[in-house]
Design a protein around this ligand. Sequence first.
Ligand code: PEP
Ligand code: MG
Length: 767
Amino acid sequence: MVTSDTVAPGEEGLYLRLLRDAADAVAGAGTLDEALAVTVDLVAERLGFDVCSVYLSDERAGDLVLAATHGLRREAIGQVRMRPGEGLTGHVAEGEQALFTSRADEHPRFKFFPETGEERFRSFGGVPLVRRGRCVGVLTVQTVREYRFPANEVVALQTLAGQVVSLIDVKRRLAPAGAGRAAPGTPARGLLVGLGTSPGVGLGRVAALGVDPLRAPPPPRAFAGADEEVARFARARDAAARELEAFAAQIEGEHGAAAAAIIRVHEELLRDPALEERVRARVVERQEPAEHAVYQAVEEVVELLSGAGAAKVREKADDFRDARAQLLRALGIAGGPTALDAGDGGVVLLAEVLTPAQTAHLDPARVVAIVTQHGSETSHASILARSLGIPAVVAIPDLVASVAQGERLLVDGDNGFVFQDPAPQIEAEYCRRGEAARAAAGVVAAELAARAPAGPRVAGVELLANVGLPHELGAAREHGAAGIGLLRTEFFFLQQHAWPTVKEQVAFYRRALQAAPQGPVVVRLLDAGGDKTLPYAPAHDEPNPILGLRSVRFLLSQPEVARAQVEALVEAAAVEQADVRVLVPLVTAGWELRAVRELLEEASAARGVPPRPLGMMVEAPSVLYQLEHLLPLADFVSLGTNDLTQYLLAVDRDNELVRQYYSPYHPAVLRALDWLQARLAADGRRPSVCGEMAGDPLGALALLALGYRTLSVRPRAVQPVRCLVHCVDEAALPALRAEVLAAPTPADVERVLRRALRQAAPFLLDA
Ligand code: PEP
Ligand code: MG
């Protein structure tokens, strides 16, 4: 999470370039000392400061030690030490708060350190280097002349410090043999820096996305009528068979009958009457265009064959896929190289942009990591990557131009680093880190076990799970969620190739309900549109999709789709006798809730069951101003802080160019959440919060302080948040609330929360 409050767009190019160059320089530097030296040189030279220094904390002595400098005496490196609180630099470290002053010598905390020769410098800027909630050092800048640091530069330096500290951390870990004393050598061809949005580490060869169209679902196409589509299929099959026969004859001449027989197998498959029957049935019954029917019919066969264990049978499945490619080509679809066919083993998927639909189709067994040029923390592709457990780094400038197909990459999704062609020492270090991460999870489990007998320290907290993909339901159960607070059904829709029928949806929801933990299951109606475009839905050329036909607006614009989904939910809930609650996304008007309620009542009456509870998501700020009209229409309320932050702050949550502006810790967001909680409590409501912030220990702490007691979080976050609830003193929450609400910037809010978390449950800073 970026902690700055704003960055002037005009300066972005300069700072981003600086950051990238610093990353490159650090990657090329042999030791931590060298890496720090190039960093301070770059900052001073590019931004025109007389001095830039880095002080690092010496964990044993608790002091800050000058570790690198551009502009102070070099002999002072390793010599100048200060206690936290001593001098301006110590003051920055102690308060974990940036300090910029044009007259350093007039500041009450100023202290002169003669060893540095710094009396000549008048202006001082210092930014704490905060790593996993702990201050690990200070980055300082100084000027000889009196200099008033412009606001955008202050914020940019804070952003820069966040990245620099991560770079230093990597370097330090790669040079474990004493600070900066590791053997020199280039650890990687290059280091790319982006935003880590799905944790974990993946190592593999790059496969650039551009999936072979012959292996992917065909693009949407209008249905030309059953007779015409069946005739198109027959023509394509005959053309493909003729082509294969000509090819087989050529192969026979060149390589003999045995080789030609392989080709003829495909020809036979094309003429398989069972396949023809499946295609015809899909065209007639589901009104699918020929290419979709072919694609799906073969998928059905392949699925049947893949279930069988024998290798020979699985090979047959591949033959069917190859035959299908022939057919699709004959139907006019152009082919290309398949990204995921690149090499053996796991691949690192590279794309400029990854859509949620593409992400939903990824196979975690093959894709070990994702790297993209664009994207953000709360973009749905990132949320899905977390669901799939695939490490991801997004928003890497110039990624596509910097990395070649087949290149080896090590992707660190925790820190946002991508090492190109990493040396064995980096791989070894990351193996060690994997063990450390597992140890951190163990610490949370051990703390929780130790504190369980005393019970939670904050009363009445309910922890539910957010799930997008079916396998997460099992994880939600394993992690002890008390139910499902958000089932994002759009990911199921994203995995389909045509609108799913009521029957198919019933089957999916029933499977989901069977796999869910005991307790309520809040099923969100299809939340498509915006960045989640369904390949088979009517395409709209929208200039501003995030403000366009998305969510419930999109759903209600397709009444049959809405009706089918509601019917399927009512049926699945009735059969499974489950506590299903229906949630409407992005409500902005009362009629939307009424329209869904009507569908729910109709479907329930037809099934002869009472209607399921209907809930409203609070994601648009307009809801806050019409609660007295909307609340009577909703049985329950769920807060989507991802979208609420986006719309409240007018920041596209998917746009990395403005990610400095996006923060759920923005005072405006927290004040809105605070007001809303009080207003809902007065109405006797107990809202749940299902945005990503609820699963972050800092965010969960903020929400507890504001009075929220139902949190819905990704399965893996259930235990850390539960642990938080066992550690935080409920009596301290009102004071924390007051402090949080008084903080003027996101950075200040985060600092307040970090301190509170460090006191209550320091180990959660690493969770
Ligand atoms: C939200 O907006 O906070 C939310 C939970 O929905 P999504 O992230 O799927 O838009
Ligand atoms: Mg949302």
